[in-house]
Design a protein around this ligand. Sequence first.
Ligand SMILES: *Cc1c(COP(=O)(O)O)cnc(C)c1O
Ligand SMILES: [Zn+2]
Length: 407
Amino acid sequence: MPYSFLSHLECSACSTRHDADVVQGLCTCDAPLLARYDLESATSAVSTSKIAERSPDLWRYHELLPVRDPGSVVTFGEGMTPLLPLSRLGGSVGIPRLLMKDEGMLPTGTFKARGAASGISRAKEMGVTAIAMPTNGNAGAAWSAYAARAGMRACIVMPEEAPDITKSECVATGADLYLVKGLINDAGVIVADAVAHEGWFDASTLKEPYRIEGKKTMGFEIVEQLGWRVPDVIVYPTGGGVGLIGIYKALLELQALGWISERLPRLVAVQATGCAPIVRAFELGDRVAEPWQGASTVAFGINVPRALGAPLVLDALYATGGIAVAVDDEELLSDQQLLARLEGCFICPEGAAAVSAIRRLRGAGWLSANDEVVVLNTGAGLKYPDTVTVDVPTLRPGERLPRTQEA
Ligand SMILES: *Cc1c(COP(=O)(O)O)cnc(C)c1O
Ligand SMILES: [Zn+2]
């Protein structure tokens, strides 16, 4: 039995077929390519019970991933993150069946590890030896780590204002790191030039087809963890949108395999009010998102003013009866604190934005008390220590706690 049932690549806009076994970037029409599988053969090769016997990482879905030879897999054991009930927070926002998929548990502390695992493994398999990418920090940290493990070079360009820890991670794992006085799109222009003139492989979001394949495993895992059924709603903090496009792609593949029924969860894309191009396009009923001017938010991973994948995100929202919402920084920081206090989960500001969105959508009646809602926490709060103010007393040895403190 083949390890992967990858059959070809298909353009997401013009449907042109492309060879999956040569290095590919965008389609000639400039749209992203999507990996396609021989799902009919896959159904007879693998079953949900077979998957259940495999190790708890994302490679348990290898028939539906692009890597052909298990020897090419570059892994830190990523995947199968916990799906945690949030009963206290759920009670406070009026969604008793609220679950959080905690991607902060992954290597490098964010869900970016999933895309790096599939992207780097497949690149290695295709003979790529040096990758370059623009990033808001977390993707660069993840790809740099996986590139090091693969013995590959990585050139990473990120905004000067990206989280410091992500710069340290890139330097520690040996990437060529460059900072730019600008936004992720400015980093993208620099990378495109380096790719054209220096021979790096372009690993930019959706410019190579395999990052999304790792990210789609979030969708497989949610469904498997619920006993091979879908929730009512999935809420996702959206920057470039690959995670959401990936989850949608996973759901369609599971349908084609006959492992889930017709009903799909409503997908929710969450952005920050300081950078909400997809929300604006959704509200206008458009399929294209105009670039956002003056983008700024503490939820740095979703500070993406211009996303190549926006049409695919919008398609997924329209097709599932979903919605796009924006929340402001003050709101998301307060929900980040609340979640940590009520549930003990110190999540990233992007994940907190998704929590704020749930509160809003419940308030507006878009979510009901009966809905089973899965929120993606895309990263660990540990990567954003500056989101917490530590203003506490320092005691001398032997000094007593102030009187007001009671155990
Ligand atoms: C990159 C990132 C996002 C946005 O993910 P996309 O798939 O690009 O939309 C959300 N949260 C965190 C922590 C991220 O690093
Ligand atoms: Zn095309």
